[in-house]
Design a protein around this ligand. Structure first.
Ligand SMILES: NC(=O)c1ccc[n+]([C@@H]2O[C@H](COP(=O)([O-])OP(=O)(O)OC[C@H]3O[C@@H](n4cnc5c(N)ncnc54)[C@H](O)[C@@H]3O)[C@@H](O)[C@H]2O)c1
Length: 346
């Protein structure tokens, strides 16, 4: 297939795009390149790239493609708080417009990278795809609105699929340290302490970046009647963990590291457990290969391998919100989060 992949120069896309190519597909990437330079290690492959803002995508960009994998988004909750309008324009309106264009271009398969965060903070129950959505942030709302609007476009010629990911961990050329397990291992390696802001009690579904990418690949290749206009929690049961458990796994993995619970009252208290049975029922042949122990070990070895320093770990290049703020403050991005001048991303 010729796959049109947006956001292929982000944390997940930098792993997913090469994986699709290794599986025999052609990938055309579209990315404005906010994080193009934010590499921890060089990207594995050069991907043919349309250097464009999602908000400016045109029908002609999609010509000749067989599937769309839509990853591009402002992807951190606090970014939604930075400017609600950007999240609305990019994550919601931009996604719906891309789906409309894909449909107009006759592209049937459309995979939307969604998030389990849309279930809100329900501590009481395990959430399935049928559970009520209760978005608590602009980011989460943008995913709910985009899913609903794109689902309306489904017909016999257009089959969107919504893959709701947990929090992703694992090594990527364009690393993020603002997601939980990556952050804990990075802290342990560079400071010797796994420091938890709160008491570590909240639950999170967490999934490895390669498993998530392989799952997207599996879905893009699946019989269309199985995935037509369906939402899936992307993972398997057993991927829900309390933050404290993650911290202890990290302390076991990184020699000499100790867990510290600060118990701060303003800590992020979002907590949810996700049911992944639908994914297992629908794709019985698919296996998720990673768990938090193998994932923490991989991160530890990679950070040791590159000689990760405290400066790297706290660098604005690996925290999405900090880097966008930096691009705004240095005048490279304008007030609409577009590049001031072409080439400013370098
Ligand atoms: N990382 C996670 O834990 C996680 C969890 C659930 C869902 N997701 C979703 O998966 C997708 C990818 O996440 P990620 O962690 O790789 O994020 P990321 O921030 O690392 O990558 C997003 C990419 O999209 C691009 N992009 C953003 N706005 C754009 C625009 N207006 N025009 C063109 N390109 C634009 C960025 O340049 C970047 O390369 C996102 O949709 C995110 O919401 C991620």
């Amino acid at each position: 297939m010729r796959v049109f992949m947006t956001g292929h120069e982000g944390y997940i896309g930098s792993v997913m795009a090469p994986l699709f190519i290794q599986a025999g597909h052609e990938v055309i990437g579209l990315d404005t390149g906010y994080f193009a330079q934010c590499t921890l290690v060089p990207p594995a492959l050069e991907i043919p790239t349309i250097r464009k803002d999602l908000r400016s995508v045109e029908l002609s960009d999609l010509k000749g493609c067989d599937a769309v994998v839509h990853l591009a988004a402002l992807s951190n909750d606090p970014i939604g708080n930075l400017n609600t309008q950007w999240t609305e324009e990019i994550n919601f309106q931009g996604s719906v417009r891309l789906a409309e264009l894909a449909k107009a271009a006759g592209i049937r398969r459309f995979l939307f990278s969604s998030s389990c965060i849309m279930y809100g903070m329900s501590a009481t129950a395990v959430v399935t795809e049928e559970s009520p959505l209760d978005p608590k942030t602009d980011y989460a709302s943008s995913k709910v609105k985009a899913e609903r609007a794109i689902a309306q476009l489904a017909d016999k010629g257009f089959s969107p699929t919504f893959l709701r990911n947990g929090t992703v961990y694992g090594v990527s050329p364009r690393m993020r340290f603002d997601t939980v397990l990556n952050n804990l291992v990075g802290a342990a390696v560079t400071t010797g302490t796994v420091s938890l802001h709160g008491d570590g009690s909240p639950w999170r579904p967490v999934a490895h970046i390669e498993d998530i990418s392989r799952a997207f690949l599996h879905v893009v290749e699946a019989p269309i009647d199985r995935v037509h206009n369906q939402a899936f929690n992307n993972g398997e049961n057993g991927m829900n963990h309390q933050i404290l458990e993650l911290a202890h796994v990290v302390a076991d993995t990184v020699p000499g590291a100790a867990v510290e619970c600060l118990g701060s009252p303003d800590a992020d208290q979002r907590t949810y457990k996700t049911d992944f049975s639908k994914f297992a029922r629908t794709f019985p042949d698919f296996r998720f290969r990673w768990n938090i122990r193998t994932g923490a070990q991989e991160l530890y070895q990679a950070f040791k391998g590159v000689g990760l320093t405290p400066d790297d770990f706290t660098s604005q290049r690996f925290t999405r919100l900090k880097w966008l703020r930096h691009l705004l403050e240095t005048g490279r991005l304008d007030a609409s989060l577009r590049w001031q001048v072409e080439g400013a991303r370098v």
